[in-house]
Each structure stands twice: as structure tokens, then as C-alpha cells.
Design a protein around this ligand. Sequence first.
Ligand code: SF4
Length: 382
Amino acid sequence: MPAPEEFVVTPYEVKGKIDYDRLRELFGTQGLTPELLARLHRLAGGELPPLLTRGIYYSHRDLGPLLDAYENGRPFFVYSGRGPSGPLHTSHLIQFDICAWFHRRLGVPMYIQITDDEKFWARSGLTREETARWGLENLYDILALGFDPKRTHVFFDSRSIAAMYPLAIRVARKITFSNVKAVFGFEGSTNIGLVFYTALQSVPAFWPSWAEGRAVPCLIPCGIDQDPHFRLTRDIAEGLGYPKPALLHSKMVMGLLGEGVMSTTGNRADDALFLNDPPKVVERKIRAAFTGGRATVEEQRRLGATPEVCSVWTLWRTRFAPAEAEFEEITRTCRSGELLCGDCKARLIERVHGFYAQHAEAREKVKDWAESTIVTVAPKPL
Ligand code: SF4
């Protein structure tokens, strides 16, 4: 009898030490090979982001056929979403940074879904006003990462429902309660809003095909834990006459507290750097962050530290050291003991402050046009 897995990864539960290769086997996804990366590198004109070169995105479904279509003159679009329950933190940006990269480098449109309805149904402590307010705040943060207003389309669920509903009706008929129960763990006590919401979350993946009356390929970057959800979207696609969306999966990153996968629920606000944290709070959180350092300076100088288990290194790796030379220098000097954790943290604090200042400026500018990206009209009558 095979040994039971030591980890659990579903759209609603992640626990244990994840073996990502094993997880890929269990889910039946494909690895992001050097050949595919080389192809992306060529298509993007000789540039790949650290999220791809450093193995944060590592798995996919049907990326090859998506790129075949692109090269044959059938561009795809990128789709991602956010459930607005509070401020974004820097790890949320992993998903939107890669979207922005495809959007900029391959010139493809971006579709964003803001699921203010779903968060209201899922979190009993949140009011409708709060999920709607966080929806707009989160949208400003996402757009500030560098999306072009002319090629960016937003489904803000409670405000875009008229545009989505004709398609949602057809999607909903293809999904049974057994399907969603298996994927999301719904029970008899689950409110029916959440059950219907699964149809709404598939709508953006098909909407451009519906609107344009032709097959428009879709790419969805997401955490690997969300794969079962989008498998459902893929399963119903062809029955509706639309292409199956391709998926690009990231690993889940550790939080500042260093206890496995980041989680900010409950009293764990110190596990992440929120984009609305004031500078003093950013500094306090980074100073207290879990590292791969040694107990004393003398030991660290002598034996070196372990970057792979360090939450500070994770921040350098995913966002704050985009230049390869700098990232290699941090990793090498950490391992050799030349770099001490206090100095490394001080350098990161400066870097994060710089990013927050630049982001705040970009965020103010998008407020002028954010509303214009919200889709409110269905392309066709019922
Ligand atoms: S030197 Fe930096 S990267 Fe290395 S363990 Fe310490 S904090 Fe982490």
C-alpha cells in the first residue's frame, strides 16, 4: 500500500510540507521545461522575469498549444482575480506581476475579476460595503503594477453582473452540486451564494470568446492550490464551445513567520507585508522575520546561513532583487557567512520602502482611469 501523502493541497486547505514534484504528479500537470522557458524568452524579445527563471512558476496545463496559437497569429488573453477581504500583501503580487509581464511583453489583453460578492458570502465578518470598498482599493493596487487602460478589462462582480449573467446562466447549467462539493468541500450549511459563485468565476475565461464570436485562448496564472478549481472550468469549456483555458501554476511562498505556507488569517497579520502597512510597521515586521541565520554572529561568519529556509530571502527572490547579479550576490554571501541577517534585513527594509513610495505614486495615477476598465455591458442580448 503506498504511504499516505504528508501534505494536503486543495483550493480550501493547504497543510504539511509540500513536495511540489509529487503534487504535480498527483494533479497530473506538466512541468515548466527549459524548452518552454526558452520559447517564452524568444517570444518576449529576450527577457524572462525572475518569477519564471527562479522556479516560482513551475507547472502548467497546455501552455505549449497556447504559444502555438500565439505564434500562428491567435493571441491569447490573461485572466486573474482577487477576492477582496482586506489589503493586498506582497505575495499577492506574484500572480499579478506575471500577468503584467505577459501583458507588457507579449502585448496581450488582461482580464481581472474582483469577487466582492464571493468574499461577502465566504466571510461572515465582512459587510457588503467592506467587500466593495476593498474591491476598489485592491483594484488600484493591481492596476498600479503597470496595466494599460486600453487593454485591461475588469469584472467587478457586483457591478458587472449584467455583463456576465447571460454567460453565467449557460455556465451554471454545466456544473453540478456534486462537482463543486468535491472541489471546494461545500457542505449542507454552505450558503447558496458560494455555490452559484463557482459559475461566475468561470465566466471571464470564456467571455472574450463569447463577445468576439470566435475562440480566444485564455491563460490563467494561479497558485497550484487553485488547479482543481480551474480544472472544473476546463472540463466544461468544450461543452460550451469555448477553448479550455491554459494554466500556469506557482508554488506557494512562505510567510514572514516562517511556518510553511503564508497565511494571514486569524492573528497572523505579521506573516505578510501589506501594501498599506506604514513604514514603521514594515520595518518591525522585517526585523522580526524568520531567517535561515545562525544563533550567533560568530557562528554565522564561520558556518554561513541557509537562504532556502529564510523568509527574507523569499522576498528577495520573488520581488525585491529583480537583477540576477544582485540576487546571486545575496544568496552567495548569505551562504558564505559574509552577509549577516541584520544587514540583510536593513537592506531589504530600504528596498521595500522604495517600492512602497513608487507604488503609492503609480496607485494615485490609476485612480483617474480605473473606473473606465469596469465592464458593465453584455456584448450580446440574452
Ligand atoms: S543573510 Fe539574509 S537571506 Fe541569509 S539567512 Fe540571513 S536574512 Fe536570510
